[in-house]
Design a protein around this ligand. Structure first.
Ligand code: NAP
Length: 202
């Protein structure tokens, strides 16, 4: 919704076309008066990847490998932003549960080396993102090894109301962004809030 509010055409992907269409309709309605911005249309994951110039890869970690298998031919050469945080839950607490490579982002980059991988947006509150009219007042921490791709994603982040894109370094930093998601979940539960991260001293 925030990408559409910034004027971009958005293709929501799903494993089922009807779910993508329903999600796109819901998002378009939620955009309301902002709907004069970009369009939001639903497609199968493969078609959404084909159509998008930049792909946001946002499925639960359990579905990462299978989904990459399906979309791999359609993300070659494209900027793909991995927002996935592999977590486990025990005794009411969230814990980071990274794969062997250190992060979901690095695993994805190993499995699909022909995409231009970037990782970020993990530390933003999902509920706030869904209201395109509020100021986020947060930083989007973005990391990656392809500087040109990272710059594109930082610029996209800066287009969102109140959001500031912040270069978080190499793709290997994704392990810390993914892990911070566990920290924020636990803090949100403790304080009954929806926290995000802002870097100071800039
Ligand atoms: N929510 C947050 O605040 C937050 C913060 C940091 C990171 N993240 C990360 O962002 C990602 C998405 O989070 P979310 O809360 O949007 O997750 P979600 O609602 O559980 O999943 C998003 C979509 O992924 C698809 N999906 C579900 N299971 C799948 C599977 N096994 N294989 C392939 N596709 C599957 C579903 O779409 P279809 O059934 O229509 O295909 C679902 O609507 C997660 O990896 C999460 O760790 C979220």
């Amino acid at each position: 919704m925030r990408f559409a509010a910034a004027g971009h055409n958005v293709f929501i992907g799903s494993r089922a076309h009807e779910r993508a269409v329903a999600a796109a309709e819901e998002a378009t309605i939620a955009l309301g008066e902002t709907a004069s911005a970009g369009t939001i249309v639903g497609h199968l994951n493969t078609d959404a990847c084909k159509m998008g110039e930049v792909v946001i890869f946002s499925v639960p970690y359990a579905g990462q490998v299978d989904t990459l298998e399906v979309i791999r031919p359609h993300i070659t050469g494209k900027i793909v932003v991995n927002v996935i945080a592999p977590l486990k839950f025990s005794n009411g607490q969230a814990f980071a549960a990274p794969p062997f490579e250190g992060s979901a982002a690095e695993e994805a980059a190993r499995l699909c080396p022909d995409a231009r991988w970037v990782a970020g947006f993990h530390t933003l509150p999902a509920g706030e993102l869904k209201n395109p009219n509020t100021n986020l007042e947060a930083d989007a921490l973005i990391c990656g090894d392809d500087d040109e791709a990272k710059t594109v994603v930082l610029e996209l982040a800066n287009e969102m109301k109140g959001l500031r894109g912040m270069d978080a370094g190499r793709l290997s930093s994704a392990r810390y962004l993914e892990g911070t998601t566990a920290l924020l979940i636990n803090m949100n539960k403790l304080h009954k809030m929806h926290f995000s991260v802002r870097i100071t001293g800039v």
